[in-house]
Every structure is written in structure tokens, then in C-alpha cells.
Design a protein around this ligand. Sequence first.
Ligand code: GDP
Ligand code: MG
Length: 264
Amino acid sequence: SSSGQVGPSFRRKPVIIIVVGMAGSGKTTFLHRLVCHTQASRIRGYVLNLDPAVMTLPYGANIDIRDTVKYKEVMKQFNLGPNGGIMTSLNLFATKFDEVIQVIEKRADQLDYVLVDTPGQIEIFTWSASGAIITEAFASTFPTVVAYVVDTPRSSSPVTFMSNMLYACSILYKTRLPLVLAFNKTDVAQHQFALEWMEDFEAFQAAMRSDDSYMSTFAQSLSLALDEFYKNLRSVGVSAVSGAGMDTFFKAIEASAEEYMETY
Ligand code: GDP
Ligand code: MG
């Protein structure tokens, strides 16, 4: 197939792709699309679901947190609400994460990518001790890349866009791993505006002024800081629904994995 050369046959270890993003950005749907793409392109993928509260998954997970931790029972046992239940379930799973790493290590020769789905609410993974433990366990064993999924149609206002980019920025500096921005839902709205704003500081300033003048001075300082952040990542437009952008996404992942291997 045309994407045959995308598979990292020269590498002994699989590349870990940790998929994060705001609730509803399309992480799970995107993961399903990645699974379809890898299967159709004979890329060898392995799928890990870390969302204990998801009801049904559109893809088959090789390792599923729900097989080990029963989120509803954790809620009852520790008298927790939904978020506490998800957080505690992830904590319980993180204590056994060395076993997950061992399972992947055993299969390393037969795998190109490990695709990792994370809980719907982004902060449960990105701002928890267990999220950090899991990320660190991956990154100390395999080339690891973060794919930050953006809800493109919902990020078309400059202020929303900037908040989302600041969040992505915080993840880059917290994990210190290569980051790929996956502008999702391009079947609904193209991500061209985002590329323009990221490439042209003046264009973003102009959009910001017409959006909310009260914020302008503060926003100007923030967007200057973001300019530096944009230089440190790769951006691709994708659609989990239509399948657009998959080859470009995997090229960005490959380049990020190269960067990982040069840096770590
Ligand atoms: P998650 O919470 O980040 O895992 O998001 P989900 O994968 O559950 O998706 C949230 C919603 O966005 C669902 O209604 C999906 O059908 C929808 N969605 C996800 N990806 C796309 C996409 O590429 N295009 C469109 N139009 N909708 C999408
Ligand atoms: Mg999900």
C-alpha cells in the first residue's frame, strides 16, 4: 500500500501515541479511525483504553482498563462522585502499570504503534498523579508522542482557540514529549484559520481585536508566548468521521518519534 513506508520497520520498539484532548473533541472516534487506518494499511497497532467510564467503545481494545477496574463499584466502595470514581479507577490501574508495559515489551517486535485512549475529561489524565505515572512509564520504555485532539469547529473563536492552545502548551511543558496537534472534525470546519493564526501572529492579533477588545493586552502577551510554543510542534487537520488526514497524521507521528529518539 502507499502508506507502507510509514511503518517504522527500522525501529525495534513500537511508538506510543497517547491521545488527549478536551471532552467531546473526538478522542475515542479518532482512535477508532486510527485503528481502521492501521488495519487497512497493514500497520501493526495495539490498542489501550484508559477510560474506565466509557459505556461502549467503537474499537476493540487489546488492553482495557474496564477489564481490571469496575468504575461503578469503585464509586460505591469509596463513596465517590463520577469524577472521583474515574480518578480513583485510574489510580488503581496505574499501580499495576508495570504489567501493561511488560505485556507491550513482550510484543514489541510485532508492533509499530500503541494507541492509547484517555478519559473524556482531559484533566483527569493530564493533571493527575496516575496520568503522570502512566506517561512516564511509557516514555521511559518506548518512543512516546502526545496527540492533542482539537475540536476545530468549536475553536473558531480566537479566545477559545487560545485557551485550547494554552492547555496544549501546558501539556507539552509538563510531559516534555513531542506533541502533534490533530485538528479534528475538518469534515465540519477546515482548520486553515488555525494554521494562519499559528503562522501569522499579526493575523491572530487582528482576529483577537475584533473578538474582544477588553482582553487585548493580556491576550497579546499570551499569544506572544504561544508563538514560541507553535515552533515546537506539528499540526495536522484530520477527520475521525471521514478519515481525512490519516497519512499526514502518521507522518507527523513518525517525525515526532524521530525527534523523541534524538532528544531522549
Ligand atoms: P471524546 O470524549 O474526546 O472521546 O469524544 P468522542 O470520540 O466521544 O466524540 C464526541 C463527539 O464528536 C461524538 O458525537 C462524535 O461522533 C463526534 N466526532 C468525533 N470526531 C468527529 C469528526 O471528525 N467529525 C464530526 N463531524 N464529528 C466527530
Ligand atoms: Mg472518549
